[in-house]
Design a protein around this ligand. Structure first.
Ligand SMILES: [Cu+2]
Length: 154
């Protein structure tokens, strides 16, 4: 009898913790995900860290980055430390399809971290996406407190 009551109380406490508004706002972070535009810049075939713009691209977990090829020749957006793809994202696996002039490539970042990438056709063209777990920033609630914003940097 006592054990059963104890279990019931414990479940109630657990449910109360799970259903608190703070927890819910953390879970729904992807609902505030942003769309971030980036460019493969004109003339990027002969560029290095200025081949992609902005560089670095700063995003929050859940955000989607869309690259547009603003150059007149094809390129790729390939994750990894140039020239070695790491398979995390790639506009052009095995160079197919190449990112033609005017074409776009999108990737949604679901984990915090630094994501180096490059053009597989022009390995000197490199960029970085920095993804932070700063989802609460957009939700607004914690923005004034500032705590989560700073913590997101690491
Ligand atoms: Cu290229």
């Amino acid at each position: 009898m006592n054990t059963r009551i104890g279990v019931t109380l414990r479940l109630t406490v657990i449910l109360a913790v799970i259903l608190t508004p703070a927890t819910i706002s953390t879970i729904t972070v992807p609902a505030y995900a942003a769309e971030i535009a980036a460019d493969v810049t004109p003339g990027s075939s002969t560029k290095t860290t200025d081949a992609f713009s902005p560089n670095p691209i700063e995003a929050n977990v859940g955000d989607t980055v869309t690259w547009t090829n603003r150059d007149s020749v094809p390129h790729t957006v390939t994750s990894g430390i140039s020239p070695q793809p790491d398979g995390r994202f790639d506009s052009s696996p095995n160079f197919n399809p190449l990112l033609a002039p005017g074409a776009t490539f999108s990737h949604t970042f679901t984990e915090a971290g630094e994501y180096p990438y490059f053009c597989a056709l022009h390995p000197s063209a490199v960029g970085t996406v920095i993804v932070t777990a700063g989802g609460n920033q957009t939700a607004g609630g914690n923005q004034t407190a500032g705590g989560n914003q700073t913590a997101g940097g690491g």
